[in-house]
Design a protein around this ligand. Sequence first.
Ligand code: SF4
Length: 328
Amino acid sequence: MENKRFPLYQTNPDFYNHIQKVSGIQNKLGQDVLLSAFPEKILIRMDKESVIQNMKDGVSWYRKPIDVTDLTQIAEECFGEECRLVVDMNKLHSLETIVPFLEKCHILEIPLSFYVYENRLPDIVFKLLKKYGCSVSIVCKNGTKMEQIIKQFVKEGISAEAQYVLSEKNLCDAINVLEKHPFPQEIRRVFFSIERSGFSTSFKPESVIYMEELVKKASKNTWYQKVEFSSCLAPIMQCLGENQIKKGLLQSCDAGLFSACISSDMYFLPCPLDKRKRWAEDLRTTTIQKPWKSSFFDLFRQGFIFACSGCSSQSKCGGACPMKAKFS
Ligand code: SF4
């Protein structure tokens, strides 16, 4: 009998406390009582092509990007599961690849979300998003561009969430975004994330000051939208001190528990920021289910049990990034 706990992945920061207390406890069938039977959210990266570098010997090689066959395989593996697929269209992929995938997911009744970027989108993309009822996250690294693309979505009558990707270069711009608050009611949520774990684990002292300012502004939220920060930002947020972080502002990490990622070269990973693929399996030679239930991925999950255990501030920081030590 499969062990299903929650209908959808959790975003409640208190949940991490819960994990700390109970994770590792097994039911009579020897299954972890908190582990989702199948990932409930899978992020699919759709970069056009990739050059893989072996970290040991530095040798690099070209790897075929995700294609229609790969996407069909993913959709078929997710069929019948409580799983949402989130497609990261960083480089606007050719519609010949996207359209059959949309059609396939529609037939198999798999819910789809799209990350769309600050490039101006062709009208056909809006038509497809509407036709297939996809939810949308507008991903930007620049406030002005974010404003422009939000206007485009509002004009098209599509509601979305706004995701601002932070780096050390754009913290001032991010502060201005909250100052100006260009978010109409069609924007359901404002979410701050990062692209690379590096920024979150080693940063300049002034970044902490800017981050503090950004968090202060976000904490005074009187807007229509919820403002939240990705758990991946936990290491820099922890530098601000627990009194600065309002409960619920920082999401708890669900990597490997509810969510996972498929890289553009078809590797399946619990953490989307694990660029060096410490925990990764090649889906061209295995299935989603096998690594998800493997002892190899359990090694990753142990990070949840051992990271920051015993800290009284966990309910505020959401449990932090369990992989922080590995990313440093
Ligand atoms: S393990 Fe850390 S970097 Fe990876 S998703 Fe979780 S919080 Fe983010």
